[in-house]
Design a protein around this ligand. Structure first.
Ligand SMILES: Cc1cc2nc3c(=O)[nH]c(=O)nc-3n(C[C@H](O)[C@H](O)[C@H](O)COP(=O)(O)O)c2cc1C
Length: 224
């Protein structure tokens, strides 16, 4: 009787682990790039696209999406709990379902360097993400990496990345840098103003390594 019972339990456990294995083979995850340049389709978006292509190549279960904040109205002051002014338009609400989607397992924030830091649009976006901390914890345990594009090779990309990472840590995100062989704190891209940013060999290497690293870690965490 006991033996039969044990067999039943073992059988049930086997089915469960087979189901779990099948689930993990088919489950898809999404990596989202968020471009925080006020200019649509420019160097930050192009660099993020390189990250996302590298992320997508990691595994067939990964899909990617680029979200550009350019043209969106995101008022950072509303993060403090102030009400919308009468007639005021604000687009942050459009981002909430996209980022709260349980498929999203990794996020790469990209920003131009503005005077050694992120753009005001990037800061407004990150401040408004306080909504996730208060309500659905949508960013918690998602993998995050950061990309910065500057007009100078060493124009402040790394300190800009650190500044963005600080906000992401406050969301309980699991932060990663660009993976090997570059393996530093994120993607550091140089827009020399003359040739397409995709010709910045070192910057593109960091972008690809960041995309790949975010995808690899997200896959490990989300598909278990
Ligand atoms: C207000 C402002 C400040 C900037 N400050 C810096 C800076 O401190 N360091 C730097 O390397 N580039 C700086 N830049 C250049 C931008 O980072 C660079 O042109 C970037 O590629 C713009 O990104 P986008 O093409 O996605 O808009 C600045 C640009 C602007 C408009």
């Amino acid at each position: 009787m006991e033996a039969a019972g044990t067999a039943l339990v073992t059988g049930a456990a086997a089915t469960t682990s087979a189901q779990a294995a099948a689930r993990s083979r088919t489950k898809t995850i999404r990596i989202v790039g968020i471009s925080c340049s006020p200019r649509k389709g420019k160097t930050t978006a192009a660099s993020l696209q390189v990250c996302l292509e590298a992320a997508e190549k990691v595994d067939s279960r990964i899909d990617v999406e680029l979200i550009e904040l350019a043209g969106m109205k995101i008022d950072g002051t509303l993060a403090a709990g102030l009400p919308l002014e009468p007639g005021q338009k604000d687009d942050f609400g459009q981002l909430v379902p996209k980022l709260s989607d349980t498929k999203v397992a990794g996020i790469i924030v990209g920003t131009p360097v503005y005077f050694g830091n992120m753009t005001s649009l990037c800061k407004a976006f990150l401040d408004r993400c306080i909504a996730f901390r208060k309500k659905n914890l949508a960013l918690s345990n998602k993998v995050a990496g950061v990309l910065a594009v500057g007009g100078v090779r060493n124009g402040g990309q790394e300190i800009t990345i650190q500044s963005v990472l600080a906000a992401l840590l406050c969301q309980e995100m699991i932060i990663v840098g660009d993976g090997r062989p570059t393996a530093h704190i994120g993607a550091t891209v140089w827009n020399n103003g003359k040739t397409p940013v995709t010709e910045d060999e070192f910057g593109m290497a960091t972008a690809k390594n960041l995309g790949r690293r975010v995808a690899e870690v997200a896959l490990k965490i989300a598909v278990t």
